[in-house]
Write a protein that binds this ligand. Structure first.
Ligand code: NAD
Length: 296
C-alpha cells in the first residue's frame, strides 16, 4: 500500500483518485471544492486542508489541476507541496499545462531537492472513470518505472514519451492535431450538407482514406518519412483539388477557413518547386518554413 497525495478532484481527478483508492492505495486528497473532497473521503480517502498537509510523508504527489499557474501555486505557493514534500517523494503532474511551465517547475523543484515528472493523460472523463486513460509519461526512465504501477491504476496504456517534459509535449501536439482536425472535419461535414451529399456516405468513404485516418499512418510512412518524394499524388494536383473545394464552398456559403490556410501551404510548396513532388512533401515544405535546414 502506497501513500499518495492527490490534488485536484475535478471531472478527471475525482475518478482517477477513486481508482487509486479502489486498488488499495492510501490517499490524502485536497481540492478547493469541499464537495469533491467529501466524496473521496466517503470512499476512504483522508482530507487534507492544504497541499502541504496532503504531501507530508506521501510517496507520490499527483496534481490534476486546471492550468499551469494553479499547478505552480499548489506546488510552490504558500502551504504548498514544497513545504513538506520529502526528497524521497515523486511529484507527478498529470494536468495539461504549458510545456515551458512544466520545464520550469521540474527545474525549480529539482533545485529544492524534490523530484517531479510530467504524466498528462489522453482520452476523456469516461476513460478516467473506467481506468482506461492513455498515460503519456515524461520523466526519466527511473521515474517512469517507479511510478508505473501507480499510473496504471488510472490508465490502460502507458507511453514512455522520451524524458522529462516530453509527456506534456506529446499531449500538447496530440491535442493541437485533434482540435484542428475537429474544425477541418466540421468544415467538410458542412460542405457535404451544403452540396446535398449524405454525411453517412461521406463518413463511410472517409473512414477508409487518409481524410479519416490521417496522414501519419497512411500516406507518409512509404513516402516522405522514407525520403521518397516521387509522386504517388502530386502537390500540384492536390492544390488543384483544394482550390475547387474552396471555390465550391464559397459558392454555397460554407465556411472553409482551414482549407484556405491549407491552400497557402500547398501554394508555397508549388511556388518553391515542389509541384511535381508527392503531396507528403508538405512536411518538407513546412520544415522549410520553420527554417529547418538539417532535414529534407
Ligand atoms: P476540472 O475543472 O473539472 O477540475 C479541476 C479541479 O481543480 C476542480 O475540482 C477545482 O476545484 C480544483 N482546483 C482549482 N484550483 C485549485 C487549487 N488552487 N487547489 C486545489 N484544487 C484546485 O478539470 P478537469 O476536467 O478535471 O481537468 C483537469 C486537468 O486535466 C486539466 O489540466 C485538463 O486540461 C486535463 N484534461 C482534461 C480532460 C477532460 O476530458 N476533462 C482530458 C484530459 C486532460
Amino acid at each position: 500500500m502506497t501513500t499518495i497525495a492527490f490534488l485536484g478532484l475535478g471531472q478527471m481527478g475525482s475518478p482517477m483518485a477513486s481508482n487509486l483508492l479502489a486498488k488499495g492505495h492510501q490517499l490524502r486528497v485536497f481540492d478547493l471544492n469541499p464537495d469533491a473532497v467529501r466524496q473521496l473521503v466517503d470512499n476512504g480517502a483522508t482530507a487534507a486542508h492544504t497541499p502541504a498537509e496532503a504531501a507530508k510523508g506521501a510517496e507520490f504527489i499527483i496534481t490534476m489541476l486546471p492550468n499551469g499557474d494553479i499547478v505552480r501555486q499548489v506546488l510552490t505557493g504558500a502551504d504548498g507541496v514544497c513545504d513538506t514534500a520529502s526528497p524521497q517523494s515523486l511529484v507527478i503532474d498529470m494536468s495539461t499545462i504549458h510545456p515551458l511551465q512544466t520545464d520550469a517547475l521540474i527545474a525549480e523543484l529539482h533545485d529544492r531537492g524534490i523530484a517531479m515528472m510530467d504524466a498528462p493523460v489522453g482520452r476523456t472523463s469516461d476513460n478516467a472513470k473506467d481506468g482506461t486513460l492513455l498515460i503519456l509519461a515524461g520523466g526519466t526512465a527511473e521515474q517512469v518505472e517507479r511510478a508505473r504501477l501507480v499510473l496504471m491504476c488510472m490508465g490502460s496504456e502507458l507511453v514512455e514519451a522520451g524524458g522529462p517534459g516530453m509527456g506534456i509535449r506529446v499531449k500538447l501536439i496530440n491535442n493541437y492535431m485533434s482540435i484542428a482536425l475537429n474544425a477541418l472535419s466540421a468544415e467538410a461535414a458542412v460542405l457535404c450538407e451544403s452540396l446535398g451529399l449524405s454525411l453517412d456516405v461521406a463518413i463511410r468513404v472517409m473512414s477508409g482514406t487518409a481524410a479519416g485516418k490521417g496522414h501519419f499512418t497512411t500516406t507518409w510512412p512509404g513516402k516522405v518519412l522514407k525520403g521518397d518524394l516521387s509522386p504517388a499524388f502530386m502537390v500540384d494536383l492536390a492544390l488543384k483539388d483544394l482550390r475547387i473545394a474552396v471555390d465550391v464552398a464559397q459558392q454555397t456559403g460554407a465556411p472553409l477557413g482551414m482549407g484556405k490556410v491549407a491552400e497557402l501551404y500547398y501554394r508555397s510548396a508549388s511556388e518553391d518547386g515542389r509541384g511535381r513532388q508527392d503531396w507528403s512533401a508538405l512536411l518538407s515544405q513546412v520544415r522549410h518554413l520553420a527554417g529547418r535546414t538539417d532535414v529534407q
